[in-house]
Design a protein around this ligand. Structure first.
Ligand SMILES: [Zn+2]
Length: 175
């Protein structure tokens, strides 16, 4: 699995993730600063003139500073959105790449447990189908080590005994 090629691909994926997370983070940070700046800019409007003849220039100055604050705010939001998205893509890509590896690992780990569970389930099914007692029960043995085995179910206690057993190995009753 760990061929030089896949190692190189992993390395490339890691670098892409780092660029996306760090680059996106920086963009988002700049965006957040600009957005915050636009608020303080909108607060710093020139005070209303005492002389009414200057009202027009005050209005123009205020409009200009509001426009500046607005464009700064918009730039900030766009940068924040783009940077945040890039950052999220990087984080998701990173987790996706790692979870892919983790899930493969879990699948390998749980495989024997799944085999045991299915074997136990099959065993339970065969027992349930032979509730009458004293009936030969087919028990699924170890698939890799031995073939299927015929067992005798005890009439009084239900314990499984070898095909050739005369008495129950659990309660001693004659089979
Ligand atoms: Zn018995």
């Amino acid at each position: 699995m760990a061929t030089p090629q896949s190692d190189a691909r992993k390395q490339t994926a890691k670098i892409i993730c780092a660029i996306l997370i760090i680059g996106g983070g920086i963009l988002a940070l700049i965006g957040a600063i600009l957005f915050g700046l636009s608020f303080s800019m909108s607060m710093q409007t020139p005070s209303f003139p005492t002389n009414p003849s200057q009202a027009n220039s005050w209005f123009n100055a205020t409009t200009e500073s509001m426009n500046q604050a607005f464009s700064t705010g918009v730039t900030g939001i766009v940068l924040l959105g783009v940077g945040g998205t890039l950052c999220m893509i990087g984080i998701r890509y990173y987790f996706w790449a790692n979870i892919g590896r983790i899930s493969t690992y879990i699948a390998q780990e749980t495989a024997p447990a799944a085999t045991i569970t299915s074997r136990a389930f099959a065993h339970g099914m065969s027992e349930g189908l032979n509730e009458g007692g004293g009936v030969p029960v087919k028990v699924i043995g170890e698939p890799a080590t031995s073939s299927q085995k015929i067992m005798i179910k005890c009439r009084s206690c239900g314990a499984l005994n070898d095909e050739n057993a005369t008495f129950c190995n659990h309660c001693g009753e004659e089979l």
